[in-house]
Design a protein around this ligand. Sequence first.
Ligand SMILES: C[S@@+](CC[C@H](N)C(=O)[O-])C[C@H]1O[C@@H](n2cnc3c(N)ncnc32)[C@H](O)[C@@H]1O
Length: 316
Amino acid sequence: MRQNEFHRPVLAEQAVDLLITDPGGIYVDATTGGGGHSKLIMQRLSSHGRLLCIDADPDAIHYAREQLKGFENRIFRLMYFDQADIALLEENMLPATGFLFDLGISSFQIDRKEKGFAFQGSGPLDMRFDPTNPLSAETVVNEYPKEKLETIFREYGEERQWRRIADKIAQVRGKNRIKNTAELAEIIRSAIPSVQLNKTLARIFQAIRIEVNDELHRLERALNKAFCCLDRAGRIVVISYHSLEDRIVKEFFREKERDCICPPDFPQCVCDKRQEMHILTRRPVTSSENEIRENPRSRSARMRAAEKTVNYSGIL
Ligand SMILES: C[S@@+](CC[C@H](N)C(=O)[O-])C[C@H]1O[C@@H](n2cnc3c(N)ncnc32)[C@H](O)[C@@H]1O
């Protein structure tokens, strides 16, 4: 399989331009996927530079390993990215110079029906990045209390029809377990009017995927850990694909940039807060029309980056 068939990296040049400040530095590709960004990073590093490639999906690690065969100084870890600190410590790679997060799922994961991420066609209700994760979409759909499903659809899917869809699922699963993505898609179709049906399907599938992989909590933890692992002037670059992820990144960077958290009516600052990062992207970077034409999945990409302005403390 060629690289672009597995996954075409989004905002690739721009991401790597923002990430690499020192070609001899230590970098983390926290979502190595098909290795597209990883390869570009390796091409820009000198012989002293090192790259840690992380992914929770063994297929991604297997594929990326093949893609990066010709390079030295890169290592692979099959793990969730909120454990990157452990890998960096074990590999004697602290402090790090930069972290790249290209969130969500790869084209390969969407296209493989057996992974259960797509609402077209039929596959098992799986949706796990890590196949050893005890929680799959099958459990979420069939065993979560209806109220919990409602919350997930509302909060992780931002879907207005959350109540109707959860109601319908509860009704159907009361008779027989819901087994595959085609059945789930059909239940959603039958619960709502057909206007904007694909958008609703995408939102509900996204919501279940976020829950299964605990994506938002992992992102919050990973950003905090990445910050701790970074050297002074090291950077975090994040490409996100929906507003929930983007909000977390934006708020994290903003909080790190603030040098005071006193209420605005305080006559003078009494807090200990100091600026810890400087935001490099006042507005999120988006794909060009050209990139969107060639790779429609880049349409929703939003990239943000920030640079650490305090010293590495060495405490993990
Ligand atoms: C958009 S793809 C990355 C594509 C990659 N940048 C490339 O150029 O091929 C996202 C990847 O991140 C992985 N992933 C998502 N969340 C993760 C997490 N919390 N920990 C580790 N890997 C994660 C997915 O398994 C997927 O392979």
